[in-house]
Design a protein around this ligand. Structure first.
Ligand code: SAH
Ligand code: SF4
Ligand code: F3S
Length: 441
C-alpha cells in the first residue's frame, strides 16, 4: 500500500460520481481510503461553483488544509471539479494558496494517475485544465458507496445556457456516451449486485442529439435498459421540461423499471422570468406537461427546483411562482436564492433583487411548499408502498429507511439488517412533509 487518500466532494450527483471514479483510480494506484482526512497522504477536493456559498466553502477548506501541509510536507493536496474550470479561481488559488500541489478540471478526471505521478516526480505544483473534452471519459474503476445502487453517466456537459447558470461554462458542450457502452456498463453493474441505477446528465433528455450516425434518443435508451434482467429500478436526473417529449412520457408509462418520479426543474412560475432565464417554456406549457404526466402515469411524484430573486423578479412575478406551486402540488421542491455567477448573462443585469427581499420570498415559498408536500403525502396514508431498503435509520437503529419508487424517504419498523438492498412492502401509518413512516408488511 502506498498510503491513504480522502476526497471531499461538493455539488451535485455528477460530482459525487466523478469522486467515485477518482477514488477508483487512487485505489488502483495503491492508496486506501481513510475517513479522517488529517491522516491522509492525498487529499482531493472536488469542487462546485453553481452558487457563491459553494465556492466560499471550498476556499475555507483550502485555507484550513494549510496547517496539515506544514506538519506534513509530503502530503499531496489536489483540487478538482467545476470551480477549477474558471481561470480567475485558478489564478487566485495559485496566488494565495501555495500549499496546493495539484489543480485539474472536469474534463481530465481520467488522468489522475498521471497527474499524481507528475506531482511526485517534479516536486512542484501541477496545473492541468482542459477547456473542452479532448476525448470521452473512458469507463473508469469506481469506488461505489452502495453495493446495490449506482450512478451511470449518459451525457456530459450542457448546451442550454440558462442565463443564471455557470454549468455550461465549466462542464463543456453536450456529449452523449454510445448506447452500447452504457448498456454494457449497466449489465456489469447488475452482475455485481446493483438493482437500482440513476442515469446522470445535466439534461438527460438531450441524450443522443449529438449522434451523427445513429438516431437514438433518451426514450430508446430507457427501453433498452428496461430489458436488463435483474435490474429493478431506473432513475435519471436531470430532465429539462422543454425537452420532455410525449414519446418519453409513454416510455416511462410502458416500461416496468423506470420509476414514477419526475424531477422537472421549473425555476420560476412567471412566464416573463422564465423567458429572461432562457428556459424555453411558459407557465402554460409547463402546466400542460404536468397534466399529461398525471394522466399517463398516475400516482407519479413530481418534484422541482426554484430560484427566487432572479434579476428583475417583481412581487407579481413571485406571486406567479406561488400560484404555480399551488396549482401543481409538487411533492417536493429544492429552493435556491439567486446567486450572481461571473461570466453568466444574468450577473450583468441591472435590476438585482436585494438580499432581504430574496430571503423573505424564499421563506414564503418554503412555507407554502411544506404545506403542499404534506398534502401530497397524506394521500399515501394507510397505503402499501414498495421500498428499497437502504439500511438502519440514522437516528434510531431499531428503525430502517429506504425510498419508494417515487423517491420518498420512508422510515419503518419491523425490518431487519438483512433486508438492506432488498425491496420490501411498507404500510404507511404516519406522514410528514419530508418523510413517510410505516411498518413492514
Ligand atoms: N441541469 C439541471 C440542474 C442544474 S444545477 C437543470 O437544468 O435543472 C441545479 C439547480 O441549481 C438548478 O436547477 C437551479 O435551480 C440552481 N441554480 C443554478 N444556477 C443558480 C444560480 N446562479 N443561483 C441560484 N441557483 C442556481
Ligand atoms: Fe444550468 Fe440550464 Fe444547463 Fe441546467 S439546463 S445545467 S440550469 S444551463
Ligand atoms: Fe456544481 Fe458542477 Fe454540479 S457547478 S452543481 S458540481 S455540475
Amino acid at each position: 500500500m502506498k498510503g491513504y487518500y480522502h476526497i471531499i466532494t461538493y455539488g451535485c450527483q455528477m460530482n459525487e460520481h466523478d469522486s467515485e471514479r477518482l477514488a477508483g483510480q487512487l485505489r488502483e494506484l495503491g492508496y486506501s481510503y481513510i475517513d479522517d482526512y488529517t491522516k491522509a497522504d492525498i487529499i482531493l477536493l472536488n469542487t462546485c461553483c453553481v452558487r457563491e456559498n459553494a465556492e466560499l466553502k471550498v476556499f475555507g477548506k483550502v485555507g484550513e488544509l494549510k496547517s496539515l501541509k506544514r506538519e506534513n510536507p509530503e502530503l499531496i493536496i489536489g483540487i478538482a471539479g467545476c470551480m477549477m474550470q474558471q481561470e480567475t479561481v485558478v489564478e487566485e488559488l495559485m496566488r494565495k494558496y501555495p500549499h496546493v500541489d495539484l489543480i485539474f478540471g472536469t474534463h481530465n478526471i481520467h488522468q489522475l494517475g498521471n497527474l499524481i505521478n507528475r506531482v511526485l516526480e517534479k516536486h512542484q505544483r501541477v496545473v492541468d485544465i482542459w477547456d473542452e473534452w479532448k476525448e470521452l471519459i473512458p469507463e473508469l474503476p469506481s469506488e461505489r458507496k452502495s453495493p446495490f445502487q449506482a450512478w451511470v453517466s449518459i451525457i456530459l456537459g450542457c448546451n442550454n445556457f440558462c442565463t443564471y447558470c455557470i454549468v455550461p461554462y465549466v462542464r463543456g458542450r453536450e456529449r452523449s456516451r454510445p448506447m452500447e457502452e452504457i448498456v454494457n456498463e449497466v449489465q456489469r453493474l447488475v452482475a455485481d449486485g446493483v438493482i437500482e441505477i440513476t442515469l446522470l446528465g445535466q439534461n438527460v433528455n438531450s441524450y443522443g442529439k449529438d449522434f451523427t450516425e445513429q438516431q437514438i434518443d433518451f426514450a430508446d435508451l430507457l427501453q433498452e435498459l428496461d430489458k436488463i434482467e435483474g435490474l429493478e429500478r431506473i432513475r435519471y436526473m436531470t430532465s429539462h421540461p422543454r425537452d420532455f417529449s410525449d414519446k418519453l412520457i409513454e416510455t416511462i408509462r410502458d416500461t416496468r423499471k423506470v420509476c414514477e418520479h419526475f424531477h422537472l426543474p421549473v425555476q420560476s412560475g412567471s412566464t416573463r422570468i422564465m423567458k429572461k432565464m432562457n428556459r424555453g417554456y411558459t407557465q402554460n406549457a409547463y402546466l400542460e406537461l404536468i397534466q399529461k404526466i398525471r394522466r399517463e402515469v398516475p400516482n407519479s411524484s413530481i418534484t422541482t427546483d426554484f430560484i427566487v430573486g432572479f434579476p428583475g423578479e417583481s412581487e407579481e412575478d413571485f406571486a406567479e411562482t406561488l400560484k404555480l406551486v399551488d396549482l401543481v402540488g409538487f411533492d417536493a421542491a429544492y429552493t435556491f436564492i439567486y446567486s450572481q455567477r461571473t461570466g453568466t448573462p444574468a450577473a450583468e443585469y441591472k435590476e438585482q433583487v436585494p438580499d432581504e427581499v430574496k430571503k423573505e420570498r424564499l421563506q414564503r415559498l418554503m412555507d407554502l411548499q411544506a404545506e403542499k408536500s404534506l398534502q401530497q403525502n397524506l394521500k399515501l396514508m394507510n397505503q402499501v408502498v414498495e421500498v428499497l431498503v437502504e439500511g438502519e435509520s440514522k437516528s434510531n437503529s431499531n428503525r430502517f429507511q429506504g425510498r419508494t419508487r417515487t423517491n420518498k424517504l420512508v422510515l419503518f419498523d419491523k425490518g431487519n439488517k438483512d433486508l438492506t438492498g432488498k425491496l420490501v412492502d411498507v404500510q404507511v401509518n404516519k406522514v410528514q412533509s419530508w418523510n413517510l413512516y410505516g411498518e413492514m408488511v
